[in-house]
Design a protein around this ligand. Structure first.
Ligand code: WTA
Length: 650
């Protein structure tokens, strides 16, 4: 295990990189002197229909309003203005399908497609302020749909294609989405898998708010059809290519994105337009040093996650990016697929997740060695702490020792990057996100909300409002206040839910979640969500779930279950088959990403006297550690029972 305090290697940018960088060291001082003036300047990188005269209104804290009297159209900023400035022929998207098909869309193409899709959505009766659910694979129509919603002032709610029908149903209901956009199927590891079937199940409920389902043909998979359904190609293709955009207030809702919290019910994180786009766009420009005329950018996230929203769709397109969008998995049809794509398109900026970097390490350095990666000049990481070995491998094997690595810390809630090196400024340390960006004020505090010093750890908080901050939790403002603002209410800090520490030089290291949210391959899943999925199975009486550290996925889901008497055969036959069934059950209830790595059947669960499950102890068991202090346990013999049962069983 790396000793984080002992990391003294630093990697400054080359002189040539620093000299040509979009943002220099003085950016920090300028922003610190007057953060609002700094953000106003960044907001003016966008095109406003009505210029704003106020920057931040924090009078109703913790509800921020940024640039509130300005109006703009987000889609115009991402598409139309690039065509108007003479870049209609620039490729916006090099789309690469999993089976090997590909398609280039220029900004002129994108404008036509988005205009037609906007006309189509209008023809379905949608009006500004309505919600649209998007449940699509990584195909161009996904991006076109998001931009068409933005163009009309509709709020989209993108639901990851790996989520189950049940997860889809609750998200559609919570947002009261009037329309769902989906596809017949999606390619997954070389084979078409159905997608619309999950929508059919979700929409079948009598009280479903959904009036229309628009279906993109992708795989040719056979689908059931109802009178709510309409094919994308039949609806959209016939529309006019002209669409006159309307300007909306800066605080117009742009999207709702559901993310796991500490209870079973996902939180609908609400983002609005002007402030969100300002920070998504500026951070993409600053952190990736993006140059619109020469760079080819690739972010490997799925648009079902916030990274796809901010760093495939809104930030990059606002900056007139030329980017790769890849539909499939990294090992289809072979383990060199990403390197082959970088080679094919001459990718210069590559942004991915530590879990994938560790997978590439496992597959071996000889695979990327077969491709020309010399076009690369900036590498990014997001989703979980990147361990120093993975950082070094990324730098040496992929970046050939010359590409700055930007480890970017942020959250669905923060909307855009908050803490990261600046590639032309920072002497980065392997595994550290280093320091907050210009214009952002974040710090580490102890239990009492007092900032800690160098060499010390505590809770990460953001102590000043920022443009792309979440505005509320959709339909549950009280939960918004409780979750993020109650913990350090006296100080008025935003509590991120992450632990962090400063090293002796003051560099910031993220240490993972301090709440009951797990991070599996960079995806947030709450322990309660998995627990409620488990107890919804007739064989399970009680369940406790923990995230145990995992060399590949960061954390792995480990569940402890107590079976109902009726489910235990007594001869051990309930073992493997039932465990397999339970793992499948969770995958069906939430989605395959939530399938537990391990399920252990136990006779009891360790609880405090007040009945709270002691997850810390279960984590010790799951990680094969000696048990620490068990004196607060209601019955300390429970742990002996669990441990002996497990060693006997394994
Ligand atoms: C974790 C993803 C360490 C963190 C953009 C955070 C990270 C949660 C990093 C948000 C990083 C994200 N270093 N931890 N560079 N990036 N995290 O909402 O625990 O899916 O709270 O947003 O991921 O996950 P979310």
């Amino acid at each position: 295990m790396d000793n984080l305090s002992a990391e003294h290697r630093t990697f400054p940018p080359s002189e040539a990189f620093a000299a040509a960088a979009n943002v220099r060291a003085e950016g920090y001082d300028r922003a610190a002197a007057d953060p609002e003036a700094f953000w106003a300047e960044q907001a003016r990188r966008l095109t406003w229909a009505t210029p704003f005269s106020t920057v931040l209104d924090w009078s109703d804290a913790p509800h921020a309003r940024w640039f509130a009297d300005g109006t703009l159209n987000v889609a115009v900023n991402c598409v139309d203005r690039h065509v108007e400035s003479g870049h209609g022929d620039q490729v916006a998207i090099h789309w690469e399908g999993e089976p090997g098909d590909s398609r280039d869309l220029t900004y002129a193409d994108l404008l036509r497609e988005v205009s037609k899709a906007a006309n189509a959505l209008t023809s379905l009766g949608l009006q500004a302020g309505d919600r649209v659910a998007i449940y699509l694979p990584m195909i161009p129509e996904a991006i076109v749909s998001m931009l068409a919603c933005a163009r009309l002032g509709l709020a989209h709610s993108v639901i990851f294609g790996g989520f189950s029908a049940e997860a889809l149903r609750t998200r559609i209901a919570d947002a009261s989405a009037r329309v769902v956009i989906t596809s017949d199927g999606q390619y997954r590891r070389g084979t078409p898998a159905p997608l619309k079937a999950a929508v059919d199940e979700a929409v079948a409920a009598a009280d479903s708010p959904v009036e229309h389902v628009v279906v993109v043909r992708r795989t040719g998979t056979e689908v059931a059809w109802s009178d709510k359904d309409v094919w994308w190609h039949e609806l959209v293709d016939q529309q006019s290519e002209q669409h006159t955009p309307e300007a909306f207030p800066a605080e117009q809702p742009l999207f709702i994105l559901y993310t796991s919290g500490t209870t079973g019910k996902p939180k609908g994180i609400l983002h609005t337009s002007g402030g969100y786009l300002t920070q998504a766009s500026w951070t993409h420009h600053a952190v990736f040093d993006h140059k619109p005329d020469t760079d080819v950018y690739w972010c490997t996230a799925d648009i079902g996650w916030v990274t796809g929203h901010s760093y495939i769709v809104y930030g990059p397109l606002a900056n007139r990016v030329t980017q790769v969008v890849y539909e499939g998995t990294p090992n289809t049809p072979h383990e060199g697929r990403h390197w082959e794509i970088i080679d094919k398109y001459g990718v210069t900026i590559y942004y991915t997740a530590p879990t994938l970097i560790r997978t590439f390490m496992k597959w071996g350095a000889d695979i990327p060695a077969k491709y020309d990666l010399s076009s690369l000049r900036v590498l990014g990481s997001v989703g979980e702490p990147i361990n120093p070995e993975a950082w070094m491998w990324y730098r040496e094997v992929i970046g050939k020792n010359h590409c700055p690595i930007v480890d970017t810390w942020w959250q669905t809630e923060t909307g855009a990057i908050m803490i990261a090196p600046l590639p032309g400024v920072t002497a980065a340390k392997p595994g550290s996100a280093m320091r907050p960006l210009p214009g952002i004020s974040a710090t580490i505090v102890n239990d009492d909300g007092v900032p800690v010093g160098h060499g010390q750890g505590g809770y990460l908080v953001v102590d000043q409002p920022w443009p792309s901050m979440l505005r509320t939790i959709w339909g549950d403002d009280e939960r918004f206040r409780d979750t993020y603002w109650a913990r350090f209410a006296a100080q008025g800090y935003y509590f991120a839910g992450d632990g962090a520490k400063y090293d002796d030089d003051g560099a910031l290291w993220l240490l993972g979640r301090v709440d009951d949210v797990m991070n599996v391959s960079g995806h947030r899943i709450s322990t309660t969500e998995v627990e409620s999925a488990l107890v919804s199975h007739p064989a399970v009486a009680e369940a406790a779930v923990v995230g145990a550290s995992d060399p590949m996925t960061g954390q792995g889901i480990v569940a402890f279950v107590i079976l109902r008497a009726s489910a235990t055969g007594g001869d051990g036959a309930d073992g493997e088959a039932l465990i397999k069934e339970l793992r499948g059950h969770v995958a069906k209830e939430i989605g395959p990403i939530a399938r537990p790595r391990q399920i252990m059947v136990v006779p009891e669960l360790p609880k405090t006297r007040s009945g709270k499950i002691m997850r810390r102890l279960l984590r010790d068991v799951a990680e094969n550690r000696d048990l620490g202090d068990v004196t607060t346990l209601q019955d300390s013999s429970v742990m002996n029972l669990i441990s002996s049962g497990l060693s006997a069983g394994s």
